[in-house]
Design a protein around this ligand. Structure first.
Ligand SMILES: C[S@@+](CC[C@H](N)C(=O)[O-])C[C@H]1O[C@@H](n2cnc3c(N)ncnc32)[C@H](O)[C@@H]1O
Length: 274
């Protein structure tokens, strides 16, 4: 009896799904942008599925941080409506903000300012005296100035954001915000930049610059040098399809470091005591 009613349920819903899909296809002919958005979310879901099946990072749920965050109800400040698909997604920014609020870093270092969206969230969710350094390519940047000769290895969105970032350099979202006083903008190519002045001093490091293998490796090595005793490193774009090099590199690091993958995001996180 139960089996029969289940079968009927599946048949009815399959028919509904078919009708919805056909309607959707017709609708998308007239609204291609919406169709693109749907495609993008399906693509992201596929990506996350691959993270679960082929990723080598540890599940974030194993950390004390996760357990505390889950039970302590920490509420972070986040702008949900800013929708630039080249930056961290709303849920990701919310999680990033929650992490900053939780770890209470005195110093933050971000590689990859872009519009300054994540930078401003760091400012909003940290203590008043926290200092935030954010590094991006200089205004006079020309692609020929990048150190490595494998520019074609840049993923398509790297090329796009580099150009958009340089264009919007005088218009970062924190520029007109009073919290700007907490933020120090630094310009340079992260592969050539001298990170020595920050050695052992950074409590929270966010890596979201160039996603090519040589860069993600160099940025990560510099992050480990800058990391303070109880500091944490968060990487963005641990995803297989678009940022394959990040996925590959972080998976290879697991033999030396216990790095965790944060579910429903493209974040990876490391910290000695998390
Ligand atoms: C994905 S965006 C950062 C997004 C930002 N963190 C957010 O979510 O609001 C990547 C940024 O890294 C910068 N970038 C790319 N290559 C870089 C390099 N070699 N050195 C420094 N910054 C770089 C780009 O100009 C771009 O602004």
């Amino acid at each position: 009896m139960i089996l029969r009613s289940r079968l009927i349920w599946y048949l009815q819903n399959s028919a509904k799904l078919f009708v919805v899909s056909v309607r959707l296809l017709i609708h998308s002919i007239f609204h291609p942008k919406l169709f693109f958005r749907l495609g993008f979310s399906l693509f992201s879901t596929l990506n996350e599925f691959y993270q679960y099946t082929h990723g080598k990072l540890y599940p974030f749920k194993e950390t004390h941080t996760y357990k505390k965050l889950k039970n302590e109800f920490s509420f972070a400040k986040c702008n949900y409506y800013y929708s630039d698909k080249n930056v961290a997604r709303s849920l990701e920014v919310l999680i990033l903000s929650t992490l900053v609020q939780y770890f209470k870093p005195k110093t933050i270092f971000e590689i990859g300012t872009y519009t300054g969206f994540t930078t401003l969230h760091f400012a909003q969710n940290s203590k008043e005296d926290t200092v935030i350094y954010t590094l991006d390519l200089p205004p006079n940047y020309g692609q020929e100035k990048l150190t490595h000769d494998k520019l074609e290895k840049y993923s398509y969105d790297d090329h796009l954001v580099v150009e958009l970032s340089t264009r919007g350099i005088d218009n970062r979202v924190f520029h007109k915000n009073p919290l700007r006083k907490k933020i120090i903008e630094i310009y340079g190519d992260s592969m050539r930049h001298d990170f020595n002045p920050y050695k052992g001093k950074m409590d929270f490091i966010f890596i979201d610059g160039c996603h090519a293998y040589d860069y993600i490796k160099s940025d990560t090595e510099n992050a480990f040098k800058m990391l303070s005793e109880n500091g944490v490193i968060v990487w963005h774009d641990y995803d297989y399809i678009i940022h394959r090099d990040v996925f590959k590199y972080l998976n290879s690091l697991v033999k030396d470091y216990r790095i965790y993958s944060i579910p429903n995001t493209r974040f990876a996180i490391y910290g000695k005591n998390i």
